[in-house]
Design a protein around this ligand. Structure first.
Ligand code: FAD
Length: 371
């Protein structure tokens, strides 16, 4: 069983709007370290299905770990969607949900910077967590642009009002309501955002909204690669069902010993045999969960697949570069990513990479998780 899968009891369900609920979890003391999270991270929830056994969906934590709140996610109904409607219709206080530990890297690294937070609809969820955290432990100014269809669809309307009241000099919120001023457009955004063009930008909302924000900010010479974005999408993979399918065979033949230099899980090489890079294979030392593994890394195989094949419980959710769960740091050697939808230039410069997309370029590499 995947060690990152747990069952949590829902303590309370809060109706936020006619279409959105917050699920507040009880985390038992023995799981409190595993459920320690950063603002902007998400939980992956298993939703039972008669058709497929289950589906997996990510929901950002709307609570802040810095405000003494219990962990909570906020789910908005998607028209015709399966999991969001199932959660809104079936979960009540006392329900038990199967979830993966918090993941993702959509969070400021420096809480004292000025922040420009842009959200639309349910995109407010991670933004709310970042906002509350920044006000609680940072010193910068925070400006929020929050787009909704109309006044009734604003999630956290009262909480936002209260935060403004308590932080009048640090926080301002623009509610951009489609019913009053139409959809957000690049020109309007550029005009409004001009005073904030030196702020760090965080963005979460549907594709049309995200494009309007990026186009608007581009007019202020804020390049797209400087904007941190959380993109909502439904997982095509199911880490709850998949993990068993992928990992069990590797475990069944015995995971390689740390540093043993085993070529493949099915045929362990002698413990003393040193690993050598070749035209087809690099070698990699991986630090993860307090252990060090030295492994052969086939040049066409992504790092995450190498780790899972060796029975190593590496963190992952989407496997499409979007969620940032498998982020790790290249300590030595050169790598390349096939796709990158979550790391910005600053993080790439720090040596961060996404294991689900990373291939080796040099012969001898060192990668560390848990930075
Ligand atoms: C990092 C991240 C954070 C997110 N945070 C939030 C958040 O904070 N709040 C939020 O509301 N959303 C959030 N999302 C989006 C969320 O994960 C879902 O994509 C969203 O809730 C829509 O899921 P859905 O199943 O309702 O809709 P869809 O994915 O559109 O559901 C339709 C799909 O379900 C399948 N389906 C239909 N019936 C069944 C059935 N009986 N059994 C199995 N499959 C079926 C259909 O084939 C179809 O593919 C986030 C996404 C990501 C990636």
């Amino acid at each position: 069983m995947n060690a990152r899968v747990h069952e949590l009891v829902v303590r309370e369900v809060v109706s936020e709007t006619s279409e959105a609920v917050s699920l507040i979890f009880d985390v038992p003391v023995e799981l409190s370290r595993r459920f320690a999270y950063s603002p902007g991270q998400f939980l992956t929830v298993r939703v039972p299905s008669e058709q497929t056994g289950s589906v997996a969906r990510c929901y950002s934590l709307s609570s802040s770990p810095h405000c003494g709140e219990r962990p909570a996610v906020t789910v908005k109904r998607t028209l015709g969607g399966y999991a969001s409607n199932w959660l809104c219709d079936n979960v009540s206080a006392g329900s038990v949900l199967t979830v993966l530990e918090p993941a993702g890297n959509f969070a400021p690294r420096n809480w004292n910077r000025d922040l420009l937070l842009c959200a639309a609809g349910s995109g407010i969820t991670p933004i709310m967590s970042i906002l509350k955290s920044a006000l609680a432990m940072g010193r910068g100014k925070v400006v929020v642009l929050y787009a909704n269809r109309d006044r009734q669809s604003i999630i956290f309307a009262r909480q936002l009002q209260e935060l403004i009241r308590r932080n009048p000099r640090r926080l301002s919120v623009l509610h951009w309501l489609e019913s009053e001023r139409g959809l957000p457009d690049a020109r309007g955004i550029a005009t409004w955002a001009r005073p904030y063009r030196k702020y760090d930008v965080y963005l979460c909302g549907p594709a049309g909204f995200a494009s309007a924000i990026k186009d608007g900010l581009a007019r202020l010479r804020i390049p797209e690669r400087a904007i941190r974005q959380e993109e909502y999408r439904s997982l095509t993979d199911n880490p709850f069902e998949r993990h068993a399918a992928v990992v069990t065979p590797a475990h069944a033949v015995g995971p390689p010993q740390a540093g043993a230099g085993v070529a493949v899980a099915v045929a362990p090489a002698p413990v003393a045999a040193p690993l050598r890079a070749s035209a087809d294979t690099a070698t990699v030392k991986v630090e993860i969960d307090g252990e060090t593994h030295t492994l052969p890394w086939p040049r066409t195989k992504k790092l995450l697949d190498v780790l899972l094949d060796h029975g190593i419980d590496a963190p992952y959710v989407c496997r499409e570069s979007a969620c940032g769960t498998c982020v790790c740091r290249v300590e030595r050697g050169r790598t390349r990513m096939l796709m990158n939808e979550s790391l910005i230039d600053e993080e790439l410069a720090m040596g961060l990479t996404l294991a689900c997309q990373t291939l080796p370029e040099s012969d001898d590499l060192h990668i560390a998780f848990d930075q």
